[in-house]
Ligand binder design. Structure first.
Ligand SMILES: Nc1nc2c(ncn2[C@@H]2O[C@H](COP(=O)(O)OP(=O)(O)O)[C@@H](O)[C@H]2O)c(=O)[nH]1
Ligand SMILES: [Mg+2]
Length: 300
């Protein structure tokens, strides 16, 4: 595996080759990965999670955030676990910079994560890779995840600041309650605010926040038109305001506890031979007296 100093040097020069190779090695858990990770010395760069349903405009918003931060001279890393992520499609922004251009920009590193890692694997990969990014000189780290179910809510809880992106559509508010996004959102974005019913939807969110005892001092609601670059400055302000409020120790401890549990789950799961598990199970499952508890005990 490559030395952190060399990777950081590459990042500083806009050459992400060693970083990309190291990420692949970590994803594939090559020999020595655990020791390598155990020696990282990450800086306290908050991870910004951007979640929401497919098509809500997450990638377009991220393109806007990247644009603003690059203009401010920052180094930005984007990890995307959106399997349908259309970064390459190139949403056109107000400033005429297209997302695909960011792929070649020396201040921007973009990487898609394979979502194959279920059973705690995806979460542990995200913790590992964000920690690596925190150790090699990035100023902003963004994690894009598709939020449609409980697992994505769990994923969102691994970020320091979670931005939930929604669009004004009937029924969405019910969807939001169901998936528990209310609990994980640190910032709400109502994207596609160019749609006529945007204001009504925004009011719905504020109403629901009130009903759940969530103050707008803590959780900001930001209206954006990502495709036109509208509201990006407000979004950055909302993110920064949460980052400042988030320095309370108990929140931080809770987050780290969650991460440690995720890592332990993933480490334990790596000791399980899943292929053998499936084979044995297919042989035993239809036998009379098959007992799921007895079977599980043999595999942990
Ligand atoms: N009308 C409108 N379309 C948008 C807006 N933001 C994004 N889109 C479009 O919505 C589609 C999905 O956007 P994308 O960023 O890929 O969504 P993601 O799946 O959440 O990452 C694209 O065609 C975008 O151009 C917006 O504010 N208004
Ligand atoms: Mg996307």
């Amino acid at each position: 595996m490559f030395g952190i100093t060399d990777i950081a040097k590459g990042v500083a020069e806009g050459n992400f080759l060693l970083l990309a190779k190291t990420i692949s090695q970590i994803e594939n858990k090559v020999e020595g990965t655990d020791d390598y990770l155990a020696k990282l010395a990450p800086k306290a760069i908050p991870v910004i999670g951007i979640t929401g349903p497919p098509g809500a405009g997450k990638s377009t918003l991220i393109a806007g955030l990247v644009g603003a931060w690059v203009a401010a001279g920052k180094k930005v890393a984007v990890l995307s676990v959106d399997p349908s992520s259309p970064f390459h499609k190139g949403a056109i922004l107000g400033d005429r910079i297209r997302m695909k251009d960011w792929y070649l920009h020396p201040q921007v590193f973009i990487r898609s994560l394979a979502s194959r890692g279920h059973l705690g694997g995806l979460n542990s990969s995200m913790i590992e890779l964000t920690t690596l990014l925190q150790s090699v000189g990035f100023d902003q780290i963004i994690l894009e995840t598709v939020g449609v179910g409980q697992s994505e809510v769990e994923v969102a809880s691994l970020a320091d600041t979670t931005v939930v992106v929604l669009v004004p559509e009937a029924g969405d508010e019910i969807q939001m309650m169901k998936s528990g996004l209310m609990e994980v959102a640190n910032v709400f974005v109502v994207n596609k605010s160019d749609r006529p019913d945007a204001q009504i939807f925004t009011n719905h969110i504020r109403q629901m926040m009130m009903e759940n005892g969530v103050s707008e001092d803590l959780v900001k609601v930001v209206a954006t038109v990502a495709s036109q670059g509208v509201g990006i400055t407000d979004l950055i302000q909302a993110i920064e305001s949460h980052q400042i409020a988030n320095t309370q120790l108990d929140v931080y401890h809770q987050l780290v506890t969650t991460k440690v549990i995720q890592l332990i789950v993933a480490q334990k799961m790596r000791q399980v031979d899943l292929e053998k598990l499936e084979q044995d199970l297919s042989l035993e499952i239809s036998k009379p007296g098959f007992n799921i508890f007895e079977f599980s005990q043999r595999f942990n």
